[in-house]
Design a protein around this ligand. Sequence first.
Ligand SMILES: NC(=O)c1ccc[n+]([C@@H]2O[C@H](COP(=O)([O-])OP(=O)(O)OC[C@H]3O[C@@H](n4cnc5c(N)ncnc54)[C@H](O)[C@@H]3O)[C@@H](O)[C@H]2O)c1
Length: 383
Amino acid sequence: MKTYRVAILGCRGRGSAAARAYHAHPRTEIVGLCDLLEERSNTLGDELKVSARFSDLDEMIKQTSPDIVAIPTATELHYDLCMRVLEHGVNIEVEKPMCVDLDQADDVIAKAEEKGVQVAVHHQGRVGASMQAIAHAYNAGKIGNLRYIYGSGKGYYGGYGLMNIGTHMLNNMLHFGKRCKSVVAHLTTGGKPITPEDVAPSPSGMGTIAGEYITATMQYEGNVTGTLLQHRFNKMDTNAYTMELFGTEGRLFWKLGGAHFLPTPHYLPDGNNDKWESLELIYPEHYDSKSSASEMDYWFVEDYVNALDEGRPHVCSGYEGRHVIEMMMGIFESAAYGKRVNLPQADRTHPLLRWREESGLPPPADMPRGYGEWLTQESKRIG
Ligand SMILES: NC(=O)c1ccc[n+]([C@@H]2O[C@H](COP(=O)([O-])OP(=O)(O)OC[C@H]3O[C@@H](n4cnc5c(N)ncnc54)[C@H](O)[C@@H]3O)[C@@H](O)[C@H]2O)c1
């Protein structure tokens, strides 16, 4: 069995998490670490005992010949770094969101296809232990036919929440909805439908956004619809970050680290009896819960190993990542233009920038990059 050689490009928070998972997995070996800041590759290298450390990514790839390069960097760098790494003809995984618009995502996919390599997007929730449990129950027919999927963020400002957290949730929902045919969305800022003046650069370099509150409806294949809520809360609440599948015979409830089954489609709590059953979470048999690797990142690596063995895309492939961006751009476009948006959309430019331009406005002015400062400035503007 082949051991896949992995190089990590970016050694801070997410790079360290990815590296721990690749380090722990028996079928992957970290052959190089790269960061512009030497102390970051040194800290991670010392932790994982990887001596090949670089500050130049091209040099790292030339010297270490990796099978996979992980690109866990700030979102505004994803496009350039993906294109640069793909030029070397290696498989990549990139943090979420894959890119900030569809033009970029199309280029990345086209470059990977030209080079004959895979793209995976680090939407690890879709392959983690609780999603495995949900998928197992779903595939066993426990809820009958799927009718509706509900998903929510955890309270960030809506447009930013969509790019940051909605990307995960839309990808989770796709696991069951398969393909999204169209999107209809309602976005409000300060209690009113968004206007071109509400379009702004995203915090954390996640492109262009709008909407304090987002309520979006997706039409999937067949008779399945879904709703995604990305509502700004006064206080963030990870308990809101949940997904629920409604079937003809029951319901399945996903949350980080938990999976539950309701053996009836409609249930009014009567105060005496909780019909929700906890499902046993599913881990790869060689996962050591005492290792420093998170189970979701480990599952993500496990699927990449299996995908490369089998010559198939990762479950969280670039194709899925791009489809998620189609949904996110469709959500912005639907609210801006007040219409249903059919996917995949022919116009791949950012719909909010198009909307502003057509309204005779210049591109939105710069905003602080940090979320706290960004929110303070936006809250002042909304009043
Ligand atoms: N999947 C998840 O659960 C999850 C959670 C949080 C954040 N994210 C995503 O992770 C990304 C941010 O990750 P982070 O917080 O670790 O990023 P970061 O910006 O803090 O760290 C990135 C590192 O990459 C290095 N780097 C940047 N360009 C480089 C280059 N050309 N060559 C070498 N090194 C380079 C930087 O010096 C830095 O150390 C975002 O896309 C975010 O959306 C994902």
